[in-house]
Structures are given as C-alpha cells and as structure tokens.
Design a protein around this ligand. Sequence first.
Ligand SMILES: Cc1cc2nc3c(=O)[nH]c(=O)nc-3n(C[C@H](O)[C@H](O)[C@H](O)COP(=O)(O)O)c2cc1C
Length: 240
Amino acid sequence: MPYNEIIRKRKSVRKYDLAKLDATGFERVQEQIGKITPLYPDIRYCIEIADKTKWSVAGIKAPHYLLFSSEDKEGSDENIGFIGQQMDLFFSESGLGSCWLGMSKPAEGGRPGGEETCALPFVICMAFGKPAEPLHRDVSEFKRKSLSDISEGADERLEAARLAPSGVNAQGWYFIAGDGKIHCYRKKPGGLLGLIAGKLGSIDMGIALCHIAKESDNFRFAKEADVPVRKGYIYEGTVI
Ligand SMILES: Cc1cc2nc3c(=O)[nH]c(=O)nc-3n(C[C@H](O)[C@H](O)[C@H](O)COP(=O)(O)O)c2cc1C
C-alpha cells in the first residue's frame, strides 16, 4: 500500500504572504489542475484561479483562490471534495498553504476570464499562496476523533481517512472495513443548517476518499447492493 507523508503533516493555512506567485509557480498550479483524477469522470466540473472572493468568515486573506464549479447532479459535491483535496495535498507538498473556504463566494468581477468562462454552478473555494505561518505539523497535533469513533473493522487506509480535513472539523464520516473493502457513510444532516451541512458533509466524504485513494494500489469506488445499514448515516459507496 502506498504511504502518504503529506496526509500526516498537512494543515489548513489561514495566514498568507499576500505577494502573488511568480509565473513558474502559477504554471505549476495550472499543470496540477490538469493532472487531477475525478471520483466520477462523467460529472463536468471546472477550476478557476481567482485573486479575490467575498464572504470569508474567518477573515482569511490569500493572494489566490481556486473556485470549484460543477454541474449539479448526484455525487457532484463528493467529486469536488475528491478533486479539491488533490490540490490541497499538492499545495502542501509544494511549500504552499491552502484552506478550504465553505462560506466564501466568487466576488463580482472576480472571475479571471469573466462570468462566462465557467458556466457551471459554483460549489466551493480554496485559498492558497505562500504561507505566513508554519505549513506542516506533527501528526500528534491533529485534532481528530479516534479510529474507533469513526470506523469498525480493520484497514490500513482508515488512518488516512481519519486525518482528512472536514468543514468545521465535523468528521461526520463512518467507515466499515473488511475483506479489503471499505463501506463509506456520512452523518445525516439535521436541523436548520441541514442543507449547508449536507453539502459540506458530501464534500468532506470526497476529501476522505481522496486520502484513501492516495493510499490505495487500485482505487475503485462504487455503490454496492447488500451493505450494512448504519442508523443516522447515509451510505455513500464502497471502496473496492
Ligand atoms: C468543506 C470545508 C470547508 C471549510 N470551510 C472553512 C472556512 O470557511 N473557514 C475556515 O477557516 N476553515 C474552513 N475549513 C477548514 C476546516 O476548519 C479544517 O479543515 C478543520 O478544522 C481541520 O483542520 P486541518 O485542516 O488543519 O486539519 C473548511 C474545511 C472543509 C473541508
């Protein structure tokens, strides 16, 4: 099984050097965007690089942002989580900081090629740039639930899923592992914030799947028919 070091030291970066990346740095980011593997290849998406957004709750100011957009169909939020986390890991590996921003929106006039370049609905954005705070940390500094809180059964890749980032660190995933498979579930969203929580929970699932994929020899994800039911959770699919 491949072992991914970055998964064990990455963190969300919230303080940036506001200087723009130079042309080479910018090209590397664009090259990486071209190398992405989606979770669901049949869902259309696009990634734009912008230099401003609006509504950053935590007041995060970064020199650049990725804007993720996707056609709206079943699995599109999971797909964007899976795609975006490949960028997050790439940034961390390349000496750049990044942070998913669940509440920010593209700023008016903030889309690099004009409003029409990506005619798909906006999903979420991610700040990135040179970090003005430590980029990496020790694995002991991760604030995460224990494996027994989020999973049952054994699979080496569960640790990579456990360390995945999630919106407000909710960690609403559950994994049932055995015989080389991992059944994946996410917490049913409830309450007034159900819609937002549902969207973030689906993105979080895609992010955790990206970490599992990074540690898989042959990653495949599909819905299976006879899987265990977990009360209060939605079955998303099985890593095969
Ligand atoms: C979908 C998603 C949305 C997020 N939105 C925000 C946000 O709006 N503001 C923020 O400061 N952090 C945001 N985060 C970062 C999380 O708070 C962070 O990943 C989590 O607390 C775990 O910390 P870590 O990434 O340093 O491991 C978001 C993370 C995810 C996955």
